[in-house]
Design a protein around this ligand. Sequence first.
Ligand SMILES: [Zn+2]
Length: 764
Amino acid sequence: MSRLLSALIAMLMVAAITRAGAVTLVEDGAALGAIHVPADPTQQEQFAGEELQRYIEQATGARLEVAVGAPNADAPAIVVAQVDRLALVGEQATEAEQALSIEGVANRTAGNHVIVAGGGPRGVVYAAYDLLEHLGFRWYWPGETGQVTPSLADLTFEDLAVARDPSFIRRHSMGAASDGWADVAWGADVVDWLVKARQNFWLHNPPGEEYDGFLERRGGTYTKIGSGHNWQHIIPASEYFADHPEWFPMVDGKRRPEGQLCLSNPEVLQRLTDYALAGAARMAADPDVMFIDMTQNDGAGWCECPACRAIDDRDPSTHADIVLWAINQIAERVKQQYPQAVLFTFAYAGSAGLPSWITPADNVMIEQTNYCFNYGASFLNPNSGRGALYREQIDAWAPVTALHGIYEYFGFYNWLEALPVTLYRLPEEVPYYKQLGVHGFYSETEQRWSSNHLLYYAFARMWWDHETDVPAMFDEFVRLFYGPAQEPMRRFYLALETSGGPDRYWSGDVNDLPGIFPAPLRAQCRADLDEAKRLAAADPLVTARLAFVELGWRYTELHLEAMEAHEAFNRTPSAETRRAAAEAWRRYVDYFDELEGTHAFAESDLPRFRRRAESQAAVYAFDLAELPPGEFEYTDSLMSGGNAFLHGVVDAMYAGKWGLCLRPGQSGALTYEVAAEEGHSLASLRFWFHGGLVEGVSNAIEWSLDGETWEALVTDAAPTRDVEHDLSAQVAGRPRVWLRARYASTLDRDWCALYRVHLSGEVR
Ligand SMILES: [Zn+2]
């Protein structure tokens, strides 16, 4: 036989085999088969069947009937069931399927049937979405415009053989999924999206009768007992501090209601144990409860009583030792009664470091927080600055931690703009977490759909499947979502990615924004977005998606233009630069009207950012040297100069990131002239400066009634907000007064002198 002929026969045989394995349910838009669920289906089996029906109709135009019981062997059918109920639809689970966890999914062709099975209730729902994604459906953000719907004349499945469990057990992507339920229908869309993105922790059912069972049908959610930073809720100071100050931390020789707990006190340990035991009882009755939250309070305030220090100081580099000393004892007692219960605690802030002499019990879950280490490059990138510190810490904890969680911060409480680094961070970080044996994730993520949708989609995919090919996922995203506009949109997203990473360090401070979104980048993104809109003009769906992206991008432009106009004034103060800055901030404030009701960002979050913008817009109209009658107050954070250049005279100091700074060997002063409008006078005046002082720097806080002769209030001491100066007696009846902070540095490096200022008083 010629080689050509044998190759041809081989090809024909493959084709024949493939045909034999194919199941065709729709041909030329006509239904050939049905969807079968078990008789007396579970809610989730029924729901999964109906979802398949609904979406297949959207893709093909054919509505497959949802039938109960086993289909005829030769009738084309999709059968939907939990793995342990496959017999009810006439199928037998494979060994691999029987081994699936409750969230595992199985999609397989068997004879003339397509099996859609899940290891448990949620797995069945996930299996249906897996099958729909196999057909080309995508859900890139909540609601109709976020959905990509394939257009299929035929519905044929060939050689489908999927059986997989999630890469990580706990997957929580959003703290404010409900958006405060400001718009319940939208909130329901968000929860629906979260389920489709395989998120499974701390989801909430939308309120209202019409949403009864909404979450349950989708397989429910894992949950926990207690909220984060839980010690304050278990032993509230408001309730107990008065009678039991000894339960609370001793700091600087005094018991204080804020801070952590006095863990060496046996009564404290008993109360924490009682709480854990009550939680363990609830956990035993409810398989959805994953753990009992026993987390430390936020901030510092670790107890310095002799008994605590004897434990805590055994490793002075971390407070995790006293935390584990306490939690392990509680865990031991809980385990005697409830062997399956899990306690949950943070390795965070003061307790971030692994102690040298104690490790967590195996029923204690440790959650490490990727907090402010770096929002730019991945922590595995050698150029990522503090990322290396975070990596050291997770590497240290992983081998001694049986249950290891990661607390993430993806987009973003400090700003509404994009947190752009997706393509560089995720493919490095998530597989690394998998390799470390991480159990799951919690993300403190606000709703920033217009700016952060790609990030949300991407990390949710990675948590479900850590082997997701991120560049391919991105390629598919721009192609499926933007169709005719894919090329400019590819450039748009890549420009943001490159600007945010991969070798960047940024802490998440709002002053990072001008560096992440510089003017040339914004010009390029604007051109790309406008080109995309032109290319998509004939496609209403893509146009609607671009309009949604535009909402967030326009916000970014206006915010950055306002920030830069302020910087321009600081560099060159003049009436003209001041007016330009005032106008830019006004345009930015006005834009919040456009955002309302769009869900570009969390509705419940907009007022906070609007107030921030308005208060900055207002400072251009305010004049400390022309105060009208009444009380006045002036506060300024001097981060990157704040408004010091607007309301004070900055002499030689410069706007450094954390405040007003001095160059090496430089002297400088910040002076405020505080004056009443003509015909009025000052009645009172109080103020403080807050800053620092180090060896090699001298300073003075001074005041003057004529701007020429100065009197010192304090010299050579770090000015602090705790020391408020009251000049009321000296200024009463006077029209004006000058206040000054003066510094002289002999250091050979830049040094930041002043962080904040506060003035208040009254004009009569
Ligand atoms: Zn103590």
